[in-house]
Design a protein around this ligand. Structure first.
Ligand code: NAD
Ligand code: ZN
Length: 356
């Protein structure tokens, strides 16, 4: 079982999705096998790095170095970034050397920024190992790091040369991490409408790791994200719809001191934004959101957080412009509108409603 999609952003590149993929061979179809390095983290490395190394060597890739960074968001830092660059330099990786990023969104974002900047840019191959990375972060070319002052404040756009989503990697992923990835899947299904929205009924089966359900939801998510990105690579317009649930979500994440995980914050954020859409656009989607998110074992409320802090953090969000908050709202399933300005009072009510 395997399928290939194409992302038409920058130079078009393939996304391979399936079980039992041969990483070395698939990469060799788009890049001449030569010198390369493998970036991974301390959880994924021990599980899968050796398998990937074997596959790479099998078709003539010469692996100069494996760099394993500590698992977790903390590795999206200037300090770790600097260490990785120096390891590559000491290993003698040259301008034509390829970086393979094996891990979740953290390794992907860090690896993307390394590949964008090392020797002014080297080719990148994404090997996502979390559901979130497969459906979201590995596709679209956003790479970046956090600063102590805020998340994702440093970054670059670099499209990978190929994304290889080996669904077998998800076997070792915890149920919680799977749910967090499903938050982005539910988000995209609601934005897309049509058959993708219908396929959200397989969320429960995906959580039980049924192969066909996982494959369908990953393929639909990637193809939806790819289409949006191809239309608007630099987020000057429609790409903003991918931030659905994220305006409130980012506020919740920050106000919790990042105790609330991104996927969970986005889930609750979508409920808040569905409440907003009910007031501002008259759409009745709150119950639908709650049902889908519960099926994905995601929260629909974030009790205990302070509304004032959430709104404060939303105000500091880098995506905010001008005075009012701007939201992506759903007029209906498959009918997002973006850049909807909502006053402070209206936003506060929606936030308070999901904190209770
Ligand atoms: N670039 C983008 O467009 C984009 C989009 C969304 C999110 N992101 C970024 O992605 C990051 C979050 O990604 P994530 O949720 O994948 O987090 P992550 O990379 O931290 O992975 C979550 C945890 O799962 C572990 N793990 C990964 N794969 C595993 C596997 N197969 N088996 C067992 N354990 C495994 C990791 O070691 C980690 O501890 C954030 O930094 C976020 O900003 C980027
Ligand atoms: Zn997200």
């Amino acid at each position: 079982m395997a399928a290939r999609l194409e992302v038409r952003a920058g130079t078009a590149y393939p996304v391979e999705v399936g079980f039992g993929l041969d990483v070395g061979e698939l990469a060799a179809a788009v890049l001449e096998p030569g010198e390369c390095a493998l970036l991974t983290d301390s959880t994924v490395g021990p599980l899968y790095a050796e398998k990937v190394r074997r596959s790479l060597r099998g078709v003539g890739w010469r692996l100069l170095e494996t760099v394993e960074v500590p698992a977790g968001e903390g590795s999206k830092s200037l300090a770790v970034y600097g260490d990785v660059l120096r390891r590559l330099a000491r290993a003698g990786l040259m301008r034509d050397g390829v970086l393979f990023a094996l891990g979740g969104g953290v390794v992907g974002d860090l690896g993307g920024f390394v590949a964008a900047s090392y020797m002014r840019g080297i080719p990148l191959v994404m090997l996502p190992t979390t559901l979130l990375a497969m459906v979201d972060s590995s596709v679209g070319g956003k790479a970046g790091l956090d600063l102590p002052e805020g998340k994702n404040l440093v970054g670059a756009f670099l499209q990978p040369r190929i994304v290889i989503a080996e669904l077998g990697f998800l076997e070792s992923l915890s149920g919680r991490e799977l749910s967090r990835g499903l938050a982005e899947v539910v988000k995209m299904g609601l934005l897309a409408g049509g058959e993708f929205f219908g396929a959200l009924e397989r969320v429960g089966a995906a959580l039980r790791r049924e192969a066909a359900a996982l494959e369908e939801l990953v393929l639909r998510s990637v193809s939806f994200k790819a289409a949006v990105v191809a239309e608007d690579e630099r987020e000057r317009g429609r790409r903003a719809i991918l931030n659905y649930g994220h305006t409130v979500g980012h506020g919740l994440e920050a106000a919790s001191g990042y105790a609330l995980a991104h996927g969970e914050a986005v889930a609750v954020g979508m409920v808040a934004e569905a409440l907003l859409a009910r007031r501002v656009l008259g759409s009745e989607l709150v119950g639908l959101h709650e049902r889908l998110l519960r099926e994905a074992r995601l929260p629909v409320r974030a009790p205990g957080l302070d509304a004032h802090r959430v709104l404060g953090a939303m105000g500091r969000d880098k995506k905010r412009r001008g005075g009012a908050h701007r939201f992506v709202l759903l007029e209906g399933v498959g009918r997002p509108v973006w850049g909807v300005e909502v006053g402070e009072e209206e936003a506060r009510r929606a936030v308070e409603a999901v904190l209770g």
